[in-house]
Ligand binder design. Structure first.
Ligand code: HEC
Ligand code: HEC
Ligand code: HEC
Length: 91
């Protein structure tokens, strides 16, 4: 039973995730390409436990996002405007 239910559930979850998320910020909204990041990393790299919203805020976001970009040497780190007030990325 588990074998049959799990893939269906996973598909359902993937289908409910928006490709691009927008995090509101007074200094410029942040467009986050969730599907692109999802293709690069396992869910658990960002989601502790089941993948779902975790109440993102400035502290969590800067730690998570800038932390990984710094570690990977890729993605925005020092330039605020590369995240704040950016345009949605389609690729
Ligand atoms: C690079 C980081 C990252 C990865 C990898 C990632 N997510 Fe997310 N995900 C986020 C962030 C950030 C949010 C928004 C959290 C919030 O709003 O509190 C989110 C939100 C979600 C949500 C809530 C619905 C929505 O669209 O807001 C779901 C469901 C989800 N992710 C599923 C997944 C699944 C399934 C995977 C793995 C296949 C995954 N995520 C991989 C960062 C990531
Ligand atoms: C890698 C992307 C990224 C970079 C680079 C970045 N931020 Fe952020 N920042 C975010 C995200 C995501 C949030 C969370 C927005 C939310 O909670 O909805 C955020 C939140 C904030 C907030 C809170 C806004 C609010 O309305 O509460 C401030 C202020 C802020 N950042 C300032 C900065 C400054 C200053 C810099 C440059 C030194 C910077 N950020 C660089 C992604 C980034
Ligand atoms: C686990 C690692 C990891 C995490 C966590 C992560 N990123 Fe990234 N991000 C990357 C990498 C790697 C790239 C570079 C991809 C490329 O060059 O194609 C990137 C690229 C980006 C870009 C450049 C445009 C794009 O889509 O390629 C933006 C904007 C961005 N990330 C925002 C965020 C925000 C906002 C968060 C936090 C909510 C976040 N990232 C969390 C690894 C991560």
């Amino acid at each position: 039973m588990k074998r049959i239910i799990y893939p269906a559930l996973a598909m359902l979850m993937l289908n409910t995730v928006a490709d691009a998320k927008v995090f509101k910020a007074y200094n410029g909204d942040v467009d986050f390409n969730h599907s692109k990041h999802m293709g690069m990393y396992p869910c658990k790299d960002c989601h502790e436990g089941p993948p779902r919203p975790f109440g993102i805020n400035k502290e969590k976001a800067h730690k998570l996002c800038i932390g990984c970009h710094t570690k990977e040497g890729a993605g925005p780190t020092r330039h605020c405007s590369q995240c704040h007030g950016n345009k949605p990325q389609d690729d």
